[in-house]
Design a protein around this ligand. Structure first.
Ligand SMILES: *Cc1c(COP(=O)(O)O)cnc(C)c1O
Length: 398
């Protein structure tokens, strides 16, 4: 945890908690490093569904080639927040109104998920043209991964056996410019597994385009770069991934690659900060009840992990009774919800934890607040803070 952030948390008042704190400087550095690790022929899109906080998008737009959105709502929000940044629109079940919205907003790519969607699109194109990728659920063997979206029965993308019909529809319609193929098959892939996937996808795409005589010049490999919640310092190896893609591209001179990570871009910059309201023991186990809970940070409940955290001790105690504490023991960190599922970390070791101490949960910058069930039990919403430590420009003032 950065010093500036630590200090900020230590100084925040209890009534200002829980809070989401975003370290924008950290995000800026991370996004720049990701971009720098990728070859020029790899375009970087950020999947907005991971976290579409406007301040985060504002930082990211300087480091990405575009944003990927997965609904009309995200399209509206991202287009409004960053009107000049290219947008790719994907996701299953696009409605006629969303397709119209996409055409009017002038999305840079439309990711087509089915034959039905293609028919809906052609029906409302009129005189307009559109650049599309066909999302295909490729028959690719994936190792054990966190969350498989394809390579097996799935509602996402086209079955490869339906590709021919879609290609025929597109071939007959000059308004639809087929740029290539989109895949997003899994999440939780490390660099080696993602490169292996990329290799298989490119082999498949090359065979297909040779067989059909169609020119597929763009392949979007999706997102899904691994984030290790058990070890926040073990990060996706962007340098190895970039080097591997560079080698892979040497064998495919006319091809442009695209990736659209979400979680691995923004997860590290966000912290969910709260305080310990109560500590108690029940049938031999220790529990710390925190202000807030999984209605603000649902990720550990959905992914069934322990959210990593840092304890920021608060030394003052002005109550007349003994301060409840846990020392050198295993404790379960829960929230304020009346459900046994409201667990942020289970049986984790703490050196010392006392009522009134603050806890900052790490890796809360993606799929955190925005996937949580905010209204359940009607507790107050957290506050949101954006810390920035952008270098102040030196030199003469204009
Ligand atoms: C969710 C999603 C992503 C981003 O996935 P991450 O695991 O957050 O990197 C990218 N592309 C598509 C199509 C998605 O649905």
């Amino acid at each position: 945890m950065r010093q500036q952030l630590l200090q900020y948390v230590a100084e925040s008042a209890a009534e200002d908690l829980p809070a989401y704190v975003y370290d924008l400087g950290d995000l800026r550095e991370h996004a720049a490093a990701v971009r720098a690790a990728l070859p020029e022929r790899v375009q970087l899109f950020y999947a907005a569904k991971a976290n579409a906080d406007p301040r985060l998008l504002d930082v990211l737009r300087d480091h990405v080639d575009g944003f990927e959105v997965a609904s009309g709502g995200e399209l509206h929000h991202v287009h409004f927040t960053c009107p000049d940044t290219p947008i790719a629109f994907g996701g299953p079940g696009k409605t006629p109104a969303e397709l119209e919205h996409a055409l009017q907003a002038g999305v840079e790519r439309l990711h087509i998920e089915s034959e039905q969607e293609l028919h809906l699109l052609t029906g409302r194109l009129g005189e307009r043209t559109v650049d599309v990728l066909l999302r295909v659920n490729l028959p690719i063997a994936l190792g054990p991964v966190a969350l498989a979206m394809g390579g097996r029965p799935s509602p996402f993308g086209l079955d490869p056996s339906h590709l021919d019909r879609c290609l025929a529809l597109i071939a007959d319609d000059p308004r639809i410019r087929l740029r290539g193929i989109h895949v997003h098959l899994a999440s939780g892939l490390d660099a080696a597994a993602h490169l292996d996937l990329a290799r298989q996808v490119l082999t498949w795409v090359t065979e297909r385009s040779d067989r059909h005589g169609v020119e597929l010049t763009e392949v979007n490999l999706g997102g899904g770069m691994e984030v290790d919640y058990a070890d926040p310092d073990r990060r996706f190896d962007w340098a190895a991934f970039g080097a591997g893609l560079r080698r892979l591209l040497e064998g495919h001179p006319g091809l442009t690659l695209r990736i659209e990570p979400g979680r691995s871009v923004t997860v590290y910059c966000g912290w969910y900060v709260t305080e310990v309201l109560d500590i108690k023991r029940s049938h031999g186990r220790a529990f710390a009840v925190l202000r807030g809970g999984t209605h603000h940070l649902r990720t550990p409940a959905t992914k069934q992990h322990n959210q990593p955290f840092t304890v920021i001790p608060a030394d003052s105690w002005d109550r007349p009774w003994e301060r409840p504490e846990a020392e050198d023991e295993l404790i379960t960190l829960v929230g304020q919800l009346c459900t046994p599922k409201d667990v942020l970390a289970r049986n984790v070791h703490v050196g010392r934890l006392r009522v009134g101490d603050k806890i900052a949960f790490a890796l809360a910058g993606a799929y955190a607040w925005n996937i949580s069930h905010h209204e359940f039990l009607m507790h107050p919403a957290p506050q949101f803070h954006h810390l920035d430590h952008a270098p102040v420009p030196t030199g003469p003032l204009p």
